[in-house]
Design a protein around this ligand. Sequence first.
Ligand code: ADP
Length: 553
Amino acid sequence: MAKKIFKSIMAVAAAVLIASLVIIMGCLYRYFSDVQGKQLEDELTLAIAAVEENGKEYLEGLQSSQYRLTWVAENGVVLYDTWFDMEEMENHGDREEIRQALQSREGKSSRYSTTLLEKTLYCARRLKDGSVLRISISSVTIWVLVLGMLQPIFIVIVVALILSGVLASRISKHIMEPLNSLDLEKPLENETYEELAPLLNRINKQRRQIERQLSELQRKNDEFAQITDGMTEGLVLLNEKNMVLNINPAALKLFHASNSCRGKDFLTVERSQDINRAIQDAFSGGHSEIRIEREGKEYQIHINRIESNGAVIGAVVLAFDITEAAFAERNRREFTANVSHELKTPLQTIMGSAELMENGLVKPEDMTRFVGHIRTEAGRLVTLIDDIIRLSRLDEGCNVPFEQIDLYKIATEVVAGLENMADQKDIQVTVTGEKVNIISVRQLLTEIIFNLCENAIKYNTDGGTVEVSIERQRNYAVLSVKDSGIGILPEHQERVFERFYRVDKSRSKESGGTGLGLSIVKHAVQYLNGKIDLESRPGEGTIIRIFLELLEE
Ligand code: ADP
């Protein structure tokens, strides 16, 4: 702006200078012309007086290199000329000044020479005898005047321009100073040009508006940050150039990135081709999904394109931890497959035996054995279905009432029910410990103790022992079932609680096992908020402890 002001001042100064020079030159020229015209008239008056008195003689005696006198008769014939030979001169009756003088006593005119640099002024007056005396002088034109004054004009121009330059620079600085020192943070507190008041008012208004909008934006940002920071889902906002605009802590953790990744290409955060391809798919198709595995966890990633006024402005990446859901889904699928398989095997045996009997292929003496088969398999089916029903009830969270139960008493009852089974294998089952009252679910406790004791007998050696003990340990009631059986190899110990998992399938089947017993125990203990601990040595035996919270009486 200072430059513009400087230039404007210089332009004005130059224009004023030129105009002044033109006017001065014009005035000077006019002044000199007037003076010269006056002189010419005076000279003519004198010459007329002399010619009227002395006639031609006066003119002949006149020797002037400045003035030229021409005496012209009424008919235009030149009577005498002080510079030229009148014989050779043509009729002057058509000359403008002569014509005027003949008509109205006096005439004036001027004519340029061929070069325009010289001009001749004519002044003519009629004499008493009707003839006309003309005086002429050659005068310089304005151009000659200008040329003659070129040097001083040049000096004036240079001096004026230097002066204008210095002044213009000072003035522009002076004008700019208050503008440069404007405090736009506090527009209304400035003491500056009055003319700026409306502008400063407007700036102040806009500042307030911007401040309001900024704080609103900040508030929204904070809200957004609070929401996204607390999210367990990973969230990444990308712009249309795949740059990270925002990323929440869950996503930072998932992609092993740091806060500095904001503003960088998402490729620098996550190099996985699959994810980046999915993002590109979302950019082109609007939405895409992908499942990934990270550190033993499964994530479902949804990517949605963001549009504004029909233009793509970015994408939002949402990562859900679906580990549990995927695990549950897998479990459900496995469970269904297992159930079908487990149901099919005994049914096939039943069908096979029944068909043989139907077709008369079974000898009468074998009939009892076959019917026995069918009964055993049917029994197995019933047990299996019972177990599945129990499990599904536990899965759904059975709504059975909690009541005060004596754990010792319930253990003795269950053991009594298994007496026959134990006797068959000559196994000695003992219950030791003390009366421990807990708030629990009778049916679930019975199932837990039954399954543990049944396994302790099933997977025991003939003549072995099973020790059931009930005791208090700080805040827990501890039920332990210890057997002197075959034990479980370390690699199976974790897995025996899975549904349908059996270490030795044939042995389990032989003893009527469904592979669901320990799984029911696990679920029931979980339902009762308890804990399970398994300790086993192959060939020596197994001890399973159940810890149930003791409520203060
Ligand atoms: P099952 O109906 O086959 O007994 P469980 O879920 O009760 O199914 O047990 C799973 C597997 O764990 C059994 O098949 C068996 O191999 C093993 N198991 C359970 N309890 C014992 C134990 N007390 N001693 C040795 N092995 C055991």
